[in-house]
Design a protein around this ligand. Structure first.
Ligand code: BMA
Length: 367
């Protein structure tokens, strides 16, 4: 080979490596610089899917339904349309107490199994945590003290107790593994609906600074002390009227992977509020390069027979949202309080239409 040929070959090689590195560097990455390969893959997959359609999610989908409890492989959604949701919501409230089952009566062992089951079928798991008020000993809804958040932060009187909560949480999260032993990537969505004031971490119960510090301190502990890197973090408000309001308590791009909001249909202004929030949020998401979702929703599906297509789908159709998740179908309450579809529900047929619409994605669509 001549020297000229040799130089050309090296040049091509160099260009090839540079190109490869650029492709790698420009692919979006989660906020955690040490995210596991599986968490990175999930993050990138969701950003891609967000352009394709809107996934459907259901809280406690695999845990129970309006007329059954803990039947492996069953979900009310599947009973109605033949496929599971793509997004599976789970709740960890009471894990911090060392209990065997959650505040919604689901055994933590079954949550573990369900998360693995969903993951192995190609589904995506997201975890909420309505954990107790560490200062008063009350529930997540105990808003009698404005000092709870401050008490949990460094220097606060309940700081050590909060560590104990977080240690239990970390142990549980580290037990979420595939059969081969790989950690399953999951979304974690704590301190939600904080633009309202019904949880101890809500707007009127702590300052902006305390709320942001709570996030930063918590994630720093989970990431750097507990070494959890299989989590993606969701920031989700309740209703909001402006971008500034949405971002007022946003803890930072280095902590958050998904921006979302929760909104329930409690009156005629629902569709317009939902649409406005979705519009503002998709802009925020696009600017930040984050996943965007309606992290909780729910409507009068036992009365309004076209809620799925006419209210939810029609309103959200114009936007590129990753998913919309509806809240739970309690097994121990009358079916009319369910937010997800169920066999015999008056809006059952409409849900099948919603399922068949090309915009909505269910489990089989995202494999
Ligand atoms: C609420 C209700 C409660 C439940 C809580 C946590 O919206 O569904 O019954 O305990 O969420 O999942």
């Amino acid at each position: 080979m001549t020297t000229k040929n040799h130089t050309m070959k090296n040049l091509f090689l160099l260009l090839f490596v540079c190109f490869g590195l650029t492709v790698l560097a420009t692919k979006p990455r989660p906020s955690d610089l040490k995210a596991t390969p599986e968490a990175v893959k999930l993050y990138q997959k969701m950003l891609k899917l967000q352009q394709k359609g809107m996934m459907f999610g259901h809280q406690d989908a695999l845990a129970y339904g309006t007329s059954w409890y803990a039947e492996e492989g069953r979900s009310d959604v599947k009973d109605v349309c033949g496929d599971h949701p793509a997004i599976f919501g789970w709740e960890l409230g009471h894990l911090e107490l060392g209990d065997k089952y959650s505040l919604d009566s689901v055994f933590f062992d079954n949550i573990k199994k369900g998360i693995r089951y969903a993951h192995e079928l190609g589904g995506i798991n997201t975890i909420s945590w309505h954990f107790r008020n560490v200062l008063t000993g009350g529930t997540a809804w105990d808003v009698t003290s404005k000092k709870t958040v401050a008490s949990m932060l460094p220097g606060g009187e309940k700081h050590q107790e909060y560590f104990q909560y977080l240690d239990k949480l970390a142990t549980f999260l580290l037990s979420l593994k595939t059969k081969k032993g790989t950690l399953i990537p999951v979304f974690f969505r704590p301190f939600h609906e904080h633009t309202g004031s019904w949880f101890w971490w809500g707007k009127n119960l702590c300052t902006v600074d305390e709320y942001k510090t709570l996030w930063r301190f918590t994630l720093n502990y989970l990431r750097n002390e507990k070494n959890l890197h299989h989590l993606l973090y969701a920031y989700s408000t309740d209703r909001f009227s402006t971008v500034e309001e949405y971002l007022e308590r946003y803890p930072g791009d280095d902590l958050i992977d998904l921006v979302g909001f929760d909104l329930y249909d409690r009156g005629p202004e629902y569709a317009s509020t939902l649409g406005n929030c979705a519009m503002m949020l998709t802009k925020i998401g696009a600017e930040k390069g984050k996943i965007v979702a309606v992290t909780e929703a729910g409507g009068p599906i036992s009365k309004n027979t076209e809620w799925w297509t006419k209210t939810l789908l029609e309103t959200l159709h114009p936007y590129n949202l990753s998913y919309a998740l509806v809240w739970r179908n309690p097994f121990n309450q009358p079916p009319r309080v369910a937010f997800g579809p169920y066999k015999g529900c008056p809006s059952e047929n409409d849900f099948v239409k919603f399922y068949n619409d090309p915009k909505t994605l269910f489990l089989k669509d995202i494999k």
